[in-house]
Structures are given as C-alpha cells and as structure tokens.
Design a protein around this ligand. Sequence first.
Ligand SMILES: Cc1ncc(COP(=O)(O)O)c(C=O)c1O
Length: 451
Amino acid sequence: MDRPAKERKRKKGRQMTDTKITLPESEIPTHFYNIAPDLPTPLSPPLHPVTREPVGPDALAPIFPMGLIQQEVSLEPMIEIPGEVRDIYRLYRPSPVFRARTLEQFLDTPAHIYYKSEHVSPVGSHKLNTALMQVYMNRREGVKRLATETGAGQWGSALGCACKLMGLECMVYMVRASYDQKPYRRIMMRTYEADVVASPSNLTASGRAVLAEDPHSPGSLGVAISEAVEDAVGREDTKYALGSVLNHVLLHQTVIGQEAIRQMELAGEYPDVLIGCHGGGSNFAGLAFPFLRDKLRGGQRKLRAIAVEPRACPSLTRGKREYDFGDVAGLTPLLLMHTLGHKFIPPPVHAGGLRYHGAAPLVSHLLDAGVIEAEAYSQGEVFASALQFAQCEGTIPAPESSHAVHSAIQHALRAREAGTREVILFNLSGHGHFDLGSYESYLNGTMDLNA
Ligand SMILES: Cc1ncc(COP(=O)(O)O)c(C=O)c1O
C-alpha cells in the first residue's frame, strides 16, 4: 500500500481532535471543478440585451477576454489553474478549516460545527481567488486596465491587489452606501494604487442618469456594474471584471470546496449541511459545488447545501427565476436567474456585498432543480449571531459572512432539539475588520434590526 493510501486508511473512521485542520501548499488544487457537465439539465444561455437571441462569444468580447469567455461556456469537468496563479495562491492557500469547539459548547449542541476560513487571504476574503485568475487571463490577452464595481469594498480590494501584483491598472466604482460606511476599504484599494469613485458617479452616462433622478441615491451593485461596463466598453485598453454571479467566477472559487473535502477527510467526518452566504453566489458555490459533485453523480443523497441571503435583498427566497439584466441600465446580456428585478435598489443594510438584485444562473438552476436550498434572515438576527461567534471563536466575521454564521447556529440549535449529531460546514467568506462601523451601530442600538 502506498503512503497516502495507508494514511487515508488510518484516518478513516477516526475523528481528529485538532481545532485547526491545515494542508501543505502541495495540496493547493491544480484544477478548478466545473459543475456545468454534472448539472441535471443544461444551463440556459445568456441572451443579447437587444435581439434577445442567445449571445455567442463574440458579443461578450468587448467586455471580457476570450480565455474567460471560454471558461464561461466550458463543459470540461476540470480546468487547469495556471502555475503563476497557483504560486500567488501560496500566499494564503490552502486556507484552514476550523472546528468551532467553543461555539459548540456555548450552544450546548451535539452538532459538530466546522468553518472554512477564507478570511485569511491578504485582502480578508475569498474574492482574491477569482481576482488573481481574472487578472492573469486579461493580462495574457494584452489588457492593460480593468474596470469593476464593488459593494462592501471586498471585491474592489481583491481586484486592486491582484492588479498590483500582476501589473495592471484598476478602476473601481464603489456603491455610494459602502463608500461612506467603509472608508478603510477605500484606503486599502488606494494602497494598491487602484482608482476609486463613489457610484453613482458623474463619470458615466448611467451614473449621471441615476443621479438626475435621485442626487442622494445610495447606489447599488446593479448601478455600479452599469458604470464599470460603460467604462470598459468606452476604452480600448480596458476590460470589465465581475466579482460574482458568472459561471467563470464561481468556477474559480471551487478551490475552496476542493480543499475542504480533503480537510474533512482528515477530520474523519463528512458534512451533513454546507452553508454559505449569498450575494451573487460565488463563495457559496465555491464551497458547495465540489461536494455537490458527489450528490449530482448519485452519491451523498442527503447532503444539504444552503445559500443564505439578507431579508432586505431576498433574490433566491422571494425573487422570480426569469431572464433579467445583471445591471440597472440594461447594458449586460440577459441572464436566466432568480431576480428581484434589475431596477431594485435594496435598502442600505450593512452587508453591502449581499445587496445584489440577482443570483448566479448556476445557483438559480440548482435551486429550481431542488439540489440546494435558500434561507433569508434579518440584519438584527445576523449581527446577534456574529457577536456570539466572535465571542466564542475570536474571529470577527464580515457582515456578509455573518449570514452563514447565523444559519450554522440555527442548524446547530435544531440539532440540539432533535438530539442529532449533525456535521455542519460553513464558509467564513471574510473578516469584518473594516466593517466595525456596522458592529458599532449594532452595539449602540442604532441599527435597523428588522431590515
Ligand atoms: C466577505 C464577503 N462574503 C460574501 C460576499 C458575497 O458575494 P458572493 O455571493 O459572490 O460570495 C461578499 C461580496 O462582496 C463579501 O465581501
């Protein structure tokens, strides 16, 4: 028997007592897992915004490099990660899985709670996983500058960082509500020499149109996307980068779940429930899709995967699945997704990264097929759980990630009532060090708890 096989045999059936389950750099995945060929029915194609005909790769070429467009429509089950990207992943990957022992004790639950720690990346979230890959693919095709939107600033910081590490310029349209609430994210982006403006801005026709209607608009991801797409289409040297929603972005995040599968093997357990917060779908998909491969191929029938969204922006739990634009101005192709309507501007809740009217087509497809589930919670419930988590585990979760924390706690409490030893694994998609203003508003009692 070779050594890894012996090791696996030794570990199987025996639970690990470690709190932190780590992997060596040699176990950074070499490929992304593409769920598309495993779907029960094929995904419907995006449609042209004017003709409503399926769009071919050429229609997307003004905004994305061909390498990413190919990944968007690929049916290859595994897609290789370039060596240069894997080398930069070494700065923070593989990320650890923690067993939340103190939280379990505090909740007095027989459930085992694990979390995958994407907050350990240099920028503090999972967003760097796709940012590095997107910058790499753009640079390979001669692109010099990327334009993007950002909500809470996590995606903007990640793209800014990736652009700096690989030598591209970066232009970020940051949703006004977050621009005002989160000054440190702005400074972080500027530290990486990215240009940052509040959206809606006066720099684009779509921004000016929103400002004309409401000069105090808090903005939304949909508005900021319109601005960034317009910027990219208007300049030869620039393409657009999206931090979530699209197939290729979800694909890049599957490094998370692939590592977690190995880490849960080392822990000697298999999850009953997978949980991720849901803005556009990328961190949820990143954790869940590699596990769902087993379920889609006929194994692990009971495995549950739950996407958790804010009650203020309930695209999965309340939205309709229909063709809609990805942005407010209607510049993007139409995607078949759960949506609240592209004109929907969510209330300015603190989880800025979850304020998006739509959901990833892949996540929407799996929800309709009954493969995954969705839950929605209010801001007050989510922050109460975020505090419990921080006080037990030390780490202060991002407001977005706190939705996953809250759901994990609800499932652990239900396991206590039922007396079952459920194994829960959730994705801690980011830390909340730059979101302390939202914690302050919770602690001061000024937060709208019901939003
Ligand atoms: C920490 C964190 N988690 C989650 C999200 C939501 O995005 P997604 O659903 O693509 O993971 C964001 C978005 O900005 C984020 O910053």
